[in-house]
Every structure is written in C-alpha cells, then in structure tokens.
Design a protein around this ligand. Structure first.
Ligand SMILES: [Zn+2]
Length: 396
C-alpha cells in the first residue's frame, strides 16, 4: 500500500482510470499522456481545495457605492474558470446591497484573486494564447492552445484577448510617455555589473510588415506597411568553440511603431533612458545615413555623447547601387568591383573608395544616369565618412 499510485487512488477514486492507463501504457508516449491527465486532475483538486478553504474565511462587507448601506451576504454561489489544468469550480460568498441597488453585487474572493466579473478563462491561458498569437495566425494559435492546454476557445476569442492586452499596453505606454514629457524620468532597468560595463548600442530602421486589410478575418489582400523599429542592446562578446571572438547582443529591447520616425522617437527615448543611456560607459547609434533616422541621432543621442556609425549593410547596399548602375548588375566585373569596394569599406579604407568613386564620376565616357547614381553614392559616403571609420571598431 505504499505505492504513490495506490495512495492517490485511495484519495480520489476518479484517479483510478488514468492511473490504470499509466500502469498499462504500451509506450512511453502513452505513459506521459496518462501521467499528464493524473497531474491535471490533481492540480484541479488542489486548487479547488485551496479555493474552498479561502471561501470559508469570514468576510468584512464594504458599504454600497450607491446608497452607503452595508452590503449583506447572499450566501455561497458557484464560480467556474477554465485554467491551464482544466475547468475548476468552487463556491464563494456573494454580497449585495440590502436595498438591491443596481451593480452592488460583489464577490470579495474573486477580487482578491484578481478575477474580473464574467471572466471565464484564467489569465495564464490568455497569456499563453496571446504569446502564441504573436508568432502564428489566430486560427493556428487557437489550435495550438487547445493541444497544449485542452482549453477550447470560440473563434474570435483569442483576437479579443490580444485587443485587450494591446489596449492595456497602449494605455500604460501613453501614461509613461506623458510622465516623460512632463520631465519625469522612468526608472533605469537594473543590470548585472558585467552588462553595465558594456557599450549600449541603439539602431533603427524601417521594415515592411504584412497586415490584414480587415480586422477579425484573414480574408482580403495582404497590405504591406512600413513599421519603424529600433533595437537597444548591450554589446557583449563570446568565444566560439574555435576560439574566435564574436559579438553578441545582450539585454535586447525593441521599440516599434506603425508610423513615422517622429512617432518612434518618444518611445525610443523612453526605452533608452530605461536602458541607461544617460550613464552608459559608451553609447553607439547605428542606422542608415538617411536624413530621417540621422535626425533622431542628432536630436536624442548626440547630446549624451553617443558615437554615430553608418550601418555597414546600408552603406554596402548603396555601393551596390553605384556598381550596378555603372557596370550592369549581372556582370562578373560588377560583382568583383562591388566585392572589392565593400571589403575596403569594411576594413577602414573608405578614403580609397571615395577617391575612386570621385575619379569614376569625373570620367568622360559615363552615361548621365550612371554618373548621377555614382555621384549620389559618393555624396552619401562623403557625408558620413566620419561614421564609416568605426565599422571595424565595434565590439573590440
Ligand atoms: Zn445600495
């Protein structure tokens, strides 16, 4: 009689069936699934036991918000909730104004537990559902959630949860931004000492993101819209198995808006302050050389002594525009010229690149459109020559 299975069976005869399945399982998979069923039922029993005990605690009733009379207990009423472990049910006291004032009915235990009226699903299930919905379409998320938790949702429920969470997050962010605008700085996120010693890197760019044309449905043609994204991270390093030092982004934080660079700025500054932009040993700004993002650097980060670096990939992209305008992108000569110049750019020989680009622009035999493109590339790199120098310096 000392086997755990026997003890559990004695405790709750309803566990007999899944326990029998566990013992008779023909494979490990079936054993795990049967054990999971036992765990789920036990978890439900444990929670119901605790909730029932809590519900017995004497209640101090508040006064009615309408008429000021003391609320009075109407006795115990049932409550159910879909949780990660299945449906739990318990009874708790419900009180109401003796005059029957509208909206006076409360269940104090619900409030203590953080439940809102008419809530049918536990916050942990909503949390998981919203996380899934970040990565997969709603219908897939709904199915995954059912597989993972056994909770079956109506179509559209998940969509509503995401809306609610998004709304709450937005309200919170707006409050924080208002406080920041009023000169109230947010608390700096606590950092381990070794992370605090690392440079803070801030980069931003625009990315195209697919959107659904209508809410609640996947029907209709995808709409691509530009989202402005900024990333904030501490620039660390690690050694590979071969002993090579590679850079590594630690403490990554993202800020994104479906909107303009101007709309990105307040949230970016808020997060930058949180990530210690005012006290970091070194702050690095990384972006393309376009006027919009460069203005963000000048407006927000220059004053805190940030070092600006022209993002290598955008610089290389521009260089390629020049190469393909001059040598026709499909040719071998073009590929070689581009590879050669990109290499020089990457390794601190940007002055060679500038000199040769200038010479090309001067050359007489160029078609006018190619000359203009090369001139644009030259101007772009010349404007940012001080920001190219540091391509190789990062992370060393
Ligand atoms: Zn009342």
């Amino acid at each position: 009689m000392s086997r755990l299975s026997d003890i559990l069976c004695d405790y709750d005869p309803q566990l007999q069936e899944p326990l029998a399945r566990l013992w008779e399982a023909a494979s490990l998979v079936l054993m795990v699934l049967a054990a999971w069923e036992v765990v789920r039922r036990l978890a439900v029993r444990l929670m119901e036991e605790s909730l029932t005990a809590r519900a017995q605690q004497p209640e101090v009733w508040p006064v009615c918000g309408r008429c000021g009379r003391w609320l009075r207990s109407k006795g115990f009423q049932p409550r159910t909730l879909h949780t990660l472990f299945g449906v739990i049910g318990w009874r708790r006291r419900v009180g109401r104004c003796p005059k029957g004032c509208k909206g006076s009915q409360i269940a104090p235990l619900d409030q203590v537990l953080g439940l809102v009226p008419h809530q049918r699903t536990g916050a942990e299930v909503q949390w998981m559902g919203c996380l899934l919905a970040v990565f997969v379409p709603y219908e897939t998320a709904r199915r995954l959630l059912q597989q993972l938790t056994g909770v079956e949702l109506a179509v559209g429920t998940l969509w509503e949860w995401v809306q609610q969470v998004g709304h709450r997050a937005r309200v919170q962010l707006e409050g924080e931004l208002r406080a920041l605008a009023a000169g109230e700085l947010p608390a700096v996120e606590p950092l381990a000492a070794e992370l605090e010693a690392l440079p803070l890197v801030i980069g931003a760019d625009g990315v195209m993101v697919p959107f659904r044309p209508h809410p609640r449905t996947a029907k209709g043609k995808t709409r691509w819209r530009e989202v402005k994204v900024a990333i904030l991270a501490r620039l660390g390093a690690r050694l590979t198995r071969q002993g090579t030092r590679v850079t590594r982004l630690c403490q990554r934080r993202l800020v994104a808006v479906l909107g303009t660079i101007e709309e990105l700025s307040p949230g970016l500054w808020l997060e930058a302050v949180r990530q210690g932009v005012r006290t970091a040993v070194q702050v690095v700004w990384l972006s393309d050389g376009g006027r919009g993002l460069w203005t963000v650097f000048q407006r927000l980060f220059q004053a805190v002594g940030a070092v600006a670096i022209l993002d290598f990939y955008h610089a290389a992209q521009n260089l390629y525009k020049g190469a393909s305008a001059w040598l026709d992108g499909r040719t071998r000569a073009c590929q070689q010229w581009f590879a050669d110049f990109r290499h020089r750019l990457r390794h601190g020989h940007e002055q060679h690149v500038l000199v040769e680009l200038a010479a090309l622009v001067e050359a007489m035999h160029l078609p006018e459109s190619a000359r203009q493109t090369l001139l644009n590339v030259y101007t772009y790199l010349k404007t940012h020559e001080d920001h190219i120098l540091r391509f190789g310096a990062l992370g060393t």
